[in-house]
Write a protein that binds this ligand. Structure first.
Ligand code: 6PG
Length: 242
């Protein structure tokens, strides 16, 4: 499902309303809402909206559990940290119990950090199927999502839920959810804005299948829903939108 909004503000309000609705539905059905945040700059405005007067009280924060779908291997107070972005824009302003926020920390050993975060997920789900209620994703101009970068071995990982990788072009280690754990979610929401994403959005949604070059094409929830929240600028090249 592709939802095109006329501008970024309309897009973020639409996404915030959708997220609030999904959160309430999840709590009504199962008593909790498991939310996986994405990184980068695009979701910052959405996070600020969710923390603001219009939406803060529409989400069941005391029953919400927040995770990250990927993280850069930097200190938590580093400007590049996805955790820092989410805390500064959202988590510092909502009544979510600190024990329900699960930061993806990358120590000196990225491999051990990936294994450690996976153990956090496994103990969260216990014997239940690992099915997040909502996974938020962005889209890089090179077709990556989370930290699933083109032509990297992490794209083929089918057993582990969290892996580490070295992103050569950024000279940066990262941790990321793998395709299987993302595709087990009840809902996956891509948030894509701006003219800089128009070409890659068109390639991912309407171009030939080439998932090693465009890893976002690997995201298809096996028993869940896939939503693309995009603004008009990012959607300008799309031919097939409702
Ligand atoms: C990250 C993100 C990544 C991001 C895209 C888009 O840690 O970088 O998880 O997948 O969503 O790169 O980034 P922007 O929103 O900054 O364009």
């Amino acid at each position: 499902m592709i939802r095109v909004s006329p501008d970024v503000d309309a897009l973020n309000r639409s996404a915030a309303a959708f997220l609030a609705e999904r959160a309430r539905d999840a709590v009504d059905a199962r008593g909790q809402f498991s939310l996986v945040l994405s990184g980068g700059q695009t979701p910052r405005r959405l996070y600020e909206l969710l923390a603001g007067d219009a939406f803060r009280d529409r989400l069941p924060w005391t029953q919400t559990h927040v995770f990250w779908g990927d993280e850069r291997c930097v200190a938590p107070n580093d400007p590049r940290s996805n955790e820092r972005t989410a805390r500064e824009a959202l988590l510092n302003y909502v009544p979510i119990p600190p024990t329900q926020v699960y930061p993806m920390r990358c120590s000196e050993s990225p491999r051990a950090s990936a294994e450690q975060y996976e153990s956090v997920l496994r103990s969260f789900f216990k014997a239940r199927k690992p099915r997040f209620d909502l996974v938020l994703l962005g889209l890089g101009e090179n077709g990556h999502t989370a930290s699933l970068f083109p032509q990297t071995p992490v794209l083929e990982e089918r057993e582990r839920w969290v892996v580490d990788l070295m992103v050569e072009e950024q000279d940066l280690h990262r941790l990321t959810f793998t395709v299987p754990i993302i595709n087990q979610a009840a809902a996956v929401v891509f948030l894509v804005t701006g003219t800089s994403k128009a070409r890659v959005l068109h390639a991912v949604l309407e171009g030939p299948s080439d998932p090693r070059r465009l890893p976002a094409q690997l995201i298809h929830p096996s028993d869940g829903e896939l939503f693309w929240f995009v603004d008009q600028e990012a959607a300008v090249l799309l031919k097939r939108v409702a």
